[in-house]
Structures are given as C-alpha cells and as structure tokens.
Write a protein that binds this ligand. Structure first.
Ligand code: NAI
Ligand code: MG
Length: 350
C-alpha cells in the first residue's frame, strides 16, 4: 500500500490532479499496485477563508505519506509570495526535498518554438538545488522609505548541500547518456560560484565514467536554445536551475506538459510531484487545461515509489496521446478537452 497525499490547490490544479488520479488508478489496476489517497483542500481559497494556506499541523499530516501529488497554488487576490511561502516552500524545506528534477523532452506531436529542436532529439534533465543557494531567508532591509534605504539578501552555499546535489546529478547521468553540465557564474560571482565549481570538480572525480563540463549561466542559456539536443543532465543552483528549467520547458514546446519532482533522495521524508505550470486563472473551470504535466508528474512519482514499469506505461500513454492531433489540447494547437485527453490515456492503459 502506498499512501499519497493529494493537494489539488487552486484553479486548474484541481482539474489536472483529478485527471492524474484517474490515470494513476488505471495504471495501478494494471500493475497490481495499491494506492491510497488523502486529499487536502489547502489553497488560496482556504487562505481567504481561514487566513492560512494550510493548518498549523499541515506538515505533520503530510509526513506519514509516501509521496505528495500537488496541482498548483496561486490565485488573484492572494499575493504570490503568500501562496508560495505558505505552502510549497515549507514543504520543500521541511521535507528536505533538496533535488528539483525536471525532465525535458521534445515529444512527437509537440512543436517546439525553437526551429532546431526536433522531436526525439531533445532529451535532457535539469537538476536544480532546491533548499539553499540564492533563495535564502537571510538578509533584510534597512532605512525603509529613506533615500538611503537598502536591501541585502545572502546566498547560502554549503559543502554538504552542493556535494549532494552534484552527486545526484552524476548518479542520474549514469542511467542516461553519462554527461553532466554544471551551470556556474564564477567569473562574476566571486565567492559562492568558485566554491560550487571546486566541489563539482571534486565530486566529478568520483565518476570517471561520466563526461562533464561547466558553462557560465548566460552562455548556457544561449546554448540551450541554439543546441538543446547537446545536453543530457544539467545541474545548477536554486536560482540558475529555476531559470534554466523554465527556459528548457519552453524549448520543449508547452508548459502544459512539463513535469517536476521535488525529491528527498534519502527517503526520510515524502517527496512531492507537481506539474511545472501554475493555476492558470485565465482558463480555470473551462475543462480545457492540458492534464499531461500533472500526469507525467504522477509517472515520476510511480518511478520514485519503486514502480518503474507502471511509470513507463504512463509515459507511453502520454506519447501516444500527443501523436494524435485529436487528443491534443488548445495549448498544443489542438481542440481536445481535459476529459478527452484523460479518456484517451485511460483507453491506452486498460
Ligand atoms: P501559469 O502556468 O498558471 O499560466 C501561464 C500560461 O500558460 C497561461 O496562459 C495558462 O493558461 C497557460 N497554461 C498553464 N498551464 C496550462 C495547462 N496545463 N494547459 C493549458 N494551458 C496552460 O502561470 P502564471 O499565469 O504566471 O501564474 C498563475 C498563478 O499560478 C499565479 O498565482 C502563480 O503564482 C501560480 N503558480 C504556481 C505554481 C505552483 O504552484 N508551483 C507555479 C507557477 C505559477
Ligand atoms: Mg520557476
């Protein structure tokens, strides 16, 4: 029995997690897996009604779960930093989900806005450090409202934090094309980035079978657009990984299909799986959201829960679905509804 905490969140988060659950149920039947869900209504709606995104004991309630499946949070009328720091960031940090994993593939049937990015050729993973780095709470503001006002935000890099994310990237590369690219900026950021570079080189020595290089983040951004097929595993700090993963998801063709995982590789705490997209208030409630980002995230979850064959089946169903223009949603130039895409996936998994 695997216990899955489901947090649909806001807007299309509710629609796409509902879709993902149906697909999970179908694949679970096929593979004899037992999944038990506990659903939580933590969201901006809850914030508006009760003054908090989740209850005070929210994290304790999630702790016994084997995994967390999240839709998206955010809604007009609630500041985005409230929804992010009131739910997602506490989950990522408390549960030491120090890896943010974003697989990026240009799948047949999806047109990339990048001319050179052909289906089947672009297949990379961005490994983003998820709990330290530039997104720290250390810092502050002085002399508010005064012409001399100032703000300071400290970037925090630890030997333990950098080592474990780099190790994760190299270990992952061994299961793929054995090539790691480290995102850096040691020419401009003179303390933390040379430290990052040193640790990457140290750790890399332990993986002599894995080829690696380092690129400054600005040049890397350009190369990701010009030669996306060249990359296998890209590892970066919290900020660099954040930017690169959205850039790479855009190269892949649609934010609607991009999945992500927030992992505690030690298995001490539950890991969290969520589509890259947000709550999309502009299309919420219309039944037209692309559910594939959430469904692919659910496949990452199955893999993490030790059911790789079930995960592969779900990804196979996604690929079949995208090949047929009749089962592509509006964001991919099609006309299919969320329901029609889910039906196509279920057909395939039966
Ligand atoms: P968004 O990803 O919600 O939407 C951007 C655009 O992409 C919109 O035009 C939307 O209609 C479209 N889109 C997104 N997902 C889609 C899907 N599955 N199918 C079809 N079209 C899709 O990003 P936006 O507009 O910047 O943010 C909206 C809210 O979501 C904000 O409150 C933001 O803070 C929140 N957000 C939450 C995230 C999370 O929970 N992890 C991540 C990103 C944004
Ligand atoms: Mg981002």
């Amino acid at each position: 029995m695997r216990r899955i905490a489901v947090i649909p969140g806001d807007g299309i988060g509710v629609e796409v997690t509902g879709a993902a659950r149906q697909v999970l149920d179908a694949v679970a039947r096929r593979h004899g897996l037992r999944l038990a869900y506990e659903e939580y209504d933590w969201s901006c709606q809850r914030y508006l009604a009760e003054g908090a995104m989740m209850p005070p004991d929210g994290l304790d309630r999630l702790r016994p779960a084997d995994a967390i499946l999240l839709g998206a949070v955010g809604w007009p009328g609630v500041a985005d930093h409230v929804s992010l720091w009131g739910l997602l960031i506490p989950i990522r940090r408390t549960f030491r989900q120090y890896v943010n994993l974003r697989p990026i593939r240009v799948l047949p049937g999806v047109e990339s806005p990048v001319r050179g990015a052909r289906p089947g050729e672009v297949d990379l993973v961005v490994v983003r450090e998820n709990v330290e780095g530039e997104y720290s709470e250390i810092g502050g503001r002085l002399h508010r409202g005064d012409p001399a006002e100032l703000a300071v935000q400290e970037a925090v890099f630890t030997r333990v934090g950098v080592s474990r994310i780099v190790d994760y990237a190299f270990t992952l590369a061994r299961t793929r094309r054995s090539y790691v690219t480290s995102a850096t900026k040691s020419n401009g950021i003179v303390h933390t980035m040379p430290f990052w570079d040193e640790i990457v080189a140290e750790r890399a020595a332990g993986y002599p079978d894995v080829r690696w290089d380092a690129e400054h983040i600005d040049a890397l951004a350009a190369k990701l657009v010009l030669q996306p097929e060249r990359f296998d595993v890209i590892v970066g700090s919290n900020l660099f990984g954040d930017i690169l993963s959205d850039l790479a998801a855009a190269v892949a063709g649609s934010i609607g299909i991009a999945p992500s995982a927030n992992l505690d590789p030690t298995g001490t705490f539950p890991s969290m799986f969520e589509p890259v997209h947000g709550s999309a208030p502009d299309i919420a409630g219309q039944g037209v959201a692309n559910p594939l980002g959430a469904v692919w995230s659910a496949a990452l979850m199955l893999d993490h829960l030790g059911a790789p064959a079930a995960a592969a089946d779900v990804v196979g169903a996604i690929e079949t679905c995208l090949r047929d223009s009749a089962t592509r949603t509006r964001d991919l130039g099609g006309t299919a509804t969320t329901r029609e895409v889910v039906d196509a996936l279920l057909d395939r998994l039966r």
